[in-house]
Ligand binder design. Structure first.
Ligand code: ARG
Length: 593
């Protein structure tokens, strides 16, 4: 546990301590009352408020405490507040809200501390040591579509936020590399490439086309179908020729996926469906011994209260399915990998599947019945990506959009915009390339992450690459401009960090300082983490950039002013917090524009 000094940035936590002390003094007979601290809705009243008065009043009414109304409770809470350098002033409003205004010096000191000690000082604290984030997870030989792109982007952001919070994150790519479709693929490989062992991936080329052709063959030729079904049996029986063909097909897909991950800067460790296959029988056995598995129409199922469909764990033909694999993977992650929080990132269409799997795990006693304690499993669902026609995002010829093509286009477009701004003359080719990638891929990611993930969103290059509005381009440029203010000052910012002090006398300075400090409070990274909502962080980042530009920079001259040192430090702190946000969202920052 970090000590108080180290976590000085956690505004709400610190205020909770102060108000906690006050509540103990105000209602000594109610030691359980937890302080309720929130940012004020209207800054006129202060920065934060304590909302306990009303509930304390109704709780203690008639018990001889002498409070006449909620407001008098609020008054007492205010008076009992221990003196603290953190609070500049406090007041009681309406039915007993206790508002506090933070001291400018205290805000300034916290920012100075962050500048010296690093932004890690402002990392959230989560009650979890290890988490699994199961994300991306495309299917071998099938297309990796925009749904998988969403999963990759959202899952990576969540993993980054958890990592920042000192959680050990297992980034799992649960690829669909097992199942009956492999019989068909293997048989098709044998048929089409009699010397398949020597065939290179380039000869097979496009696996999606390969999948389509083999499916066509499967659907139209009964003898082929029969052979394909036999191939599944051989593969599952572990026959080496079949295993080898299978791994060859997997390898080709893997290379394709990796090309996308590389561009997006996403790390994943593959543990596909096939990995869990050997563990399934024992898990089913355990569930059967617990009397959870029942016979139903020839299949073996787990009935879940409140659900009209059961969870099928063994198919009628005796084979295992998606659910048996997921139950086993969950078991493995809890027991072998000792994860306390297991997070699945898929489209909302799979919500019911996960709901049933989690409920089955609760029945088995693997997870506590009360879903609010750890170990915990969470499904992070997301909506569809729509095209400009409002329908599912497709190419003009209504094919699935290839992700590499999509990323290529994002890069090409952002490069073109940079060239139009005259950057081809100003920069080296490498700088141009790197910036085009950072901006192009960053734009795709941010356009996805800024929405509440459950809503559908429209994929629109023009919009996401606009340099005005709530886009990555706007934010990256804003960051680059802050860096250039610091560069142009000609000052050594590392030296200033050590010797300079921050003063927040101007309203714009104070507002910026307070917003910077809010990065550390429970409502930003911690909330984004706890509620698995990256858009909370995007919103914070956008507001930071707006406050910097509109409240601070347009009112407070930096270079050449009497307050230059302090203001340069505020610029630097803003740039550091922005970069951390970019990092957590998987966006590469740019330093000049
Ligand atoms: N392969 C699945 C799909 O493409 C996603 C897998 C998600 N993870 C899991 N453990 N089921 O839809």
């Amino acid at each position: 546990m970090a000590n108080e000094e180290e976590n000085a940035g956690h505004v709400k936590r610190q205020l909770a301590k102060l108000f906690g002390a006050s509540l103990r003094a105000t209602v000594p007979d109610e030691p359980e009352v937890e302080p309720l601290i929130a940012a004020t809705a209207d800054e006129k009243f202060g920065d934060y408020q304590c909302n306990n008065a009303m509930s304390i009043f109704s709780k203690t009414k008639g018990s001889g405490t002498g409070f006449r109304n909620p407001r008098s409770v609020g008054q007492a809470i205010k008076e009992n507040l221990p003196p603290s350098e953190m609070v500049e002033s406090s007041s009681v409003a309406g039915p007993g809200f206790v508002n506090v205004r933070l001291s400018r010096d205290w805000i300034a000191k916290n920012i100075e501390k962050m500048l010296l000690g690093g932004i890690e000082n402002w990392a959230p604290q989560l009650p979890v040591k290890r988490a699994v984030v199961d994300f991306s997870s495309p299917n071998i030989a099938k297309e990796m579509h925009v749904g998988h792109l969403r999963s990759t982007i959202i899952g990576d952001a969540l993993a980054r936020m958890l990592e920042f919070s000192n959680v050990d994150v297992l980034r799992r790519n649960h690829v669909g590399d097992w199942g009956t479709q492999f019989g068909m693929l293997i048989e098709f490989l044998f048929e089409k490439y009699p010397n398949w062992e020597d065939v290179s991936e380039t000869a097979i080329g496009d696996l999606q086309a390969f999948y389509k052709a083999s499916k066509q063959r499967f659907d139209s030729d009964a003898a082929f179908k029969e052979r394909a079904q036999q191939a599944v049996v051989h593969l599952q029986g572990g026959e080496s020729k079949y295993r080898q063909a299978w791994s060859q097909i997997c390898e080709i897909s893997r290379k394709e996926f990796d090309r996308v991950y590389q561009r997006l800067g996403v790390q994943l460790e593959e543990k596909g469906e096939s990995f869990y296959n050997p563990y399934i029988p024992d898990v089913i056995k355990e569930l059967s011994q617990l009397q959870l598995v029942k016979e139903s129409e020839g299949a073996r199922v787990i009935f879940i209260e409140g659900s009209n469909i059961p969870l099928i764990v063994v198919k009628r033909d005796g084979g295992f399915n998606y659910a048996s694999t997921d139950l086993t993977a969950l078991w493995y992650r809890l027991n072998e990998e000792k994860a306390e929080w297991i997070i699945y990132v898929t489209d909302v269409g799979q919500q019911q599947h996960f709901d049933l799997v989690f409920k089955a795990a609760k029945l088995a006693g693997w997870l506590p019945a009360d879903g609010s304690t750890y170990p915990k499993a969470s499904h992070v669902g997301f909506g569809l990506v729509l095209g400009e026609d409002g329908k599912r995002f497709r190419t003009r010829s209504s094919e699935v959009v290839r992700l590499v093509d999509l990323l290529d286009e994002a890069k090409t477009r952002s490069k073109k915009a940079l060239i139009e701004r005259g950057k081809a003359e100003e920069w080296t080719e490498l700088e141009l390339e790197q910036t085009a990638e950072a901006v192009g891929y960053g734009a795709v990611k941010y356009a996805d992450l800024k929405n509440n993930r459950l809503t559908n969103y429209t994929f629109d290059f023009d919009q996401m690459l606009n340099d005005k509005g709530n886009t990555a381009v706007y934010l990256l440029y804003a960051h680059a401009r802050i860096c250039s203010i610091i560069r142009k000052s000609g000052k050594d910012i590392e030296e200033l960090k050590k010797t300079g002090t921050i003063v927040l006398d101007h309203a714009g300075e104070r507002e910026l300082g307070l917003h910077l400090l809010r990065f550390s409070e429970a409502s930003v990274v911690e909330e984004a983490c706890t509620n698995l909502l990256p858009n909370v962080l995007c919103e914070y980042l956008y507001n930071l950039s707006e406050i910097f530009t509109k409240r601070f920079y347009s009112n407070c001259q930096v270079v050449g002013s009497a307050e230059e040192t302090s203001r340069l430090l505020l610029c630097e702190a803003t740039a550091i917090v922005m970069r951390k946000c970019f990092y957590l969202l998987g966006i590469v920052p740019v330093y000049k524009i």
